[in-house]
Every structure is written in structure tokens, then in C-alpha cells.
Design a protein around this ligand. Sequence first.
Ligand code: NAP
Length: 242
Amino acid sequence: MKYALVTGGSRGIGKAICKKMALMGYHVLINYKSNQKEALITQQDIISEGGSAELIPFDVSVQEQVENALNTWMNNNKDAYIEVLINNAGIRKDTLFIWMENNHWFDVLDTNLNSFLYVTRILLKPMLLKKYGRIVNVVSLSGIKGLPGQVNYSAAKAGLIAATKALAQEVGKKKITVNAVAPGFIRTDMTSDMKEDELMQMIPLNRFGNPEEVAEVVGFLASEKASYITGEVISVNGGLYT
Ligand code: NAP
């Protein structure tokens, strides 16, 4: 049995990634924060397609919760190791910088960036021992280009991009790759408050993307086929920005 952990796997892009990883033959650990109903639907979808998955709820922004959940899982599965980690959980709290309060900043940094430290540090050790691993971080166009109203989110995702590139150089010798996927506008709960009709006019492919279109790229980077790609950021944004 091969194991993959997808943070924020209950909904949206994470859900599509969970389903992709299951199709690739992985037993999927579906992480989520609070929406157990949607997480169970993701698990059921996987099982009905012949795959296997379990739920592993924890808040990625709370170090203690991350450590408790992952250490418990590793103690209960001593012969197993998680060879694929998809750091996908994320939130946005948009506001103009002039109105930005500490909680807007820290909540977004904690969930999108500090989570990378808490989760990855634990799972990296077994990957180093086994001399194989795949880490894919879901970042954003916002972290490449910077977007107004998202100074906090742009900073978090840009930080995650730099962390991706730096860690890739540390662990490459152990056959562990670390890459990032940068979606543009993807149709999920996160973008449900956005004016798609107006925004799509800026996008060369003239539409928002689907979670499955991001999951395909994540799946490739998480596969053995992507063995000579590391420290890379691949955009999935309909041509919005290059
Ligand atoms: P979404 O539909 O809002 O889903 C967010 C997922 O993350 C849910 O599964 C949620 O769990 C989980 N989550 C949120 N905070 C968490 C926490 N503290 N601990 C654990 N899980 C947490 O978001 P999405 O659009 O799929 O976005 C997924 C990733 O893609 C994010 O990193 C986002 O920044 C990035 N992204 C999205 C877009 C886009 O257009 N949608 C564009 C660029 C980048 P619950 O169900 O329990 O709440």
C-alpha cells in the first residue's frame, strides 16, 4: 500500500487531488479542518470508484494538532510511510492593506505558509530514510504576480514558492522532489464570491478553471514520471499570466 496525504482534501481543488491520487493507486489520507460532511463525501466518491481513503482531521495552522494527528497515524501504521504530501489547505481573507488587521495577516500566513513547516517537517523524515518522496505545494498566481487586496495571501504564497525552491535543493540527493502548482481562478467555494463573468474577460482561455484541471498537474508532479522536475512552479491559469 502506498500512502498520500492531501491537506484540505474535503472540498474544491483538494478533493479533486484526493480523487486523482486514489486513481493513481494511493491510499489517500484526506485532511480537513471542520467540514466532516464534505470529507466523508470525498471518501465515499473514492471508495465507489474502487479506491481507498481515510479521514485525518486537523487544523494545519495549529502545530499541536498537526503533530498529534500525524504522530498518532505514524504510530498506528509503523510499517507504512507517507510518500506523497500535497500541501493544499488554504484560505484567503482579502482586504486592502490600509484596512488589514493583524488577524487578516496572521490567519492567512498561519494557514497557507506556517502549515508547510508543521506538516512537511514531520513527513520529510521518513521520506529521507526511504530515499523517495514527492511534495507538491498548491500556491497561487497571487504569489507570483501579487494581487491588490491580497497582500497577506500574496506574501504567504510567495513565501511558499521560495520555500519550495529552497527545500528542493536540500533534499534532491535523497530522490525527494518538491514542486509547486500555481492555479489562477478555479471554480471552488473559495472563488464563489467572485464575479466570474467580469474576471473571465481577462483570461485568454475565457473561463475559470476546474479543480480537476489543477489535480491533473499535481498528479503528474506527484508521480514517478516527474522524476527530473524539482524546485519548479507550474501555473494552471488559462494563460492569465506568464
Ligand atoms: P476551498 O474550496 O475553500 O477548500 C479549502 C479546503 O482547505 C477545504 O478542504 C478546507 O477544509 C481546507 N482548510 C482550510 N483551512 C484549513 C485548515 N486550517 N486546516 C485544514 N484544512 C483547512 O479552497 P480551494 O479553492 O479548493 O483552494 C485550495 C488551495 O488552492 C488553497 O491553497 C488555495 O489558496 C489555492 N488556490 C485556489 C485558487 C482558486 O481559484 N480556487 C486559486 C489559486 C490558489 P474544511 O472543508 O474543513 O473547511
